[in-house]
Design a protein around this ligand. Structure first.
Ligand SMILES: NC(=O)c1ccc[n+]([C@@H]2O[C@H](COP(=O)([O-])OP(=O)(O)OC[C@H]3O[C@@H](n4cnc5c(N)ncnc54)[C@H](OP(=O)(O)O)[C@@H]3O)[C@@H](O)[C@H]2O)c1
Length: 315
């Protein structure tokens, strides 16, 4: 198979490997779990709502009766919840992959706070920064990988996250695009720092194109779009795809043995298609922006990634 070819319907055997997915109760996170579990992986299906977790786990089991799936409460907007979930996973030893998918996709109309931080930044960015730092050791023990979920919106709109908490000029769309630009910049900064400290963990970015629930098969309690949503989403069919197809790029970034730290995957036709390598928006590749955001995340979460300690124990 050529380097950039990948059949998302025919994944490598993932038996004996374990993956954690945030925001796994619906959408791309749910379908990523289905695909990983279907390939034999053990999956930590995580979310903020216990009932939705039970429903999502049952749905994965209906599709793959032999799936090895466990649920774990993890609210990315709550650093206490992030720490508790990470402690549970650390106690298990090794983790082969972390998919940081959870996100507020439709932000509140006016600026709200979660744990003292702007809510979209807290949920989409800070919680994941803390989680990845807390899981560095089990990831390094497995020579594993972390995947941050970006968005093609960052290549279209030019919101640079120089004020990540959006103290001035909040709009819902700005909060969303900024959070995704920050996510991508942090993924690339993490790659630089992991390499500099010789920590055997790769950091990658993936984006799902434009994936809608109305173009996705119905699953009780997981994907139940209204008739109107189905109608409207189907009108956009030429430039959209289903959420299970959107999950392909996320899963490829997580499990393709040839994928490398610092790279990005997305749909071949940008908004839809089979997963191919992609290019992060130019301004997200700016290392000064990455370093500024890293500092903002350390200050906002009080988490410092334990690079040196992990390198010593991994070598
Ligand atoms: N769909 C697209 O076209 C698209 C394009 C670009 C990027 N993305 C990115 O892909 C990711 C998933 O998007 P999606 O379309 O699948 O969205 P979605 O259907 O709205 O699903 C979002 C998931 O995130 C979870 N979530 C929200 N806040 C959370 C929190 N505080 N703690 C833990 N989980 C939380 C939700 O949990 P609940 O079930 O509890 O609400 C849900 O499981 C997001 O990061 C989004 O930015 C999506």
């Amino acid at each position: 198979m050529a380097r950039d070819e990948w059949d998302p319907r025919n994944l490598p055997d993932l038996s004996g490997r374990s993956y954690l997915v945030t925001g796994a109760t619906r959408g791309l996170g749910y379908f990523s779990c289905e695909q990983l579990a279907g390939a034999g992986a053990h999956v930590f299906l995580t979310g903020r709502n216990p009932n939705r977790l039970v429903t999502a786990k049952a749905a994965v089991k209906r599709t793959h009766p032999d799936a090895s799936v466990e649920t774990l409460l993890l609210d990315t907007s709550n650093l206490g919840s992030v720490r508790a979930a990470a402690a549970t996973v650390r106690a298990r030893g090794r983790l082969h992959g972390l998919l940081m998918n959870a996100g507020i996709v439709h932000p509140p109309k006016t600026r709200e706070l979660a744990g003292g931080h702007e809510k979209v930044f807290a949920t989409n960015v800070l919680g994941h920064f803390a989680l990845a730092g807390e899981l560095l050791k089990p990831l390094a023990s497995a020579r594993g990988r972390m995947v941050w979920v970006g968005s093609m919106s960052t290549s279209i709109w030019t919101h640079v996250p120089t004020d990540p908490e959006l103290r001035e000029g909040y709009t819902p769309w700005r909060a969303y695009v900024q959070s995704k630009a920050a996510t991508t910049a942090l993924a690339l900064e993490a790659d630089r720092r992991l390499r500099a400290h010789s920590v055997p963990v790769e950091s990658l970015v993936a984006h799902p194109g434009y994936s809608t629930s109305g173009r996705t098969r119905g699953i009780r309690g997981v994907n139940e779009p209204t008739r109107l949503t189905r109608f409207v989403d189907n009108l956009q069919a030429p430039f959209t795809q289903s959420k299970d197809e959107g999950a392909w790029a996320l899963v490829r970034a997580l499990v393709d043995p040839l994928a490398e730290g610092g790279s990005m995957y997305g749909p071949a036709l940008v908004a839809r298609g089979v997963p191919r390598s992609a290019t992060p928006a130019r301004r997200t590749r700016d290392s000064a922006l990455g370093a500024d955001l890293w500092r903002a995340c350390e200050t906002g979460t009080h988490v410092r990634w334990p690079f040196e300690r992990v390198r010593r124990t991994a070598s």
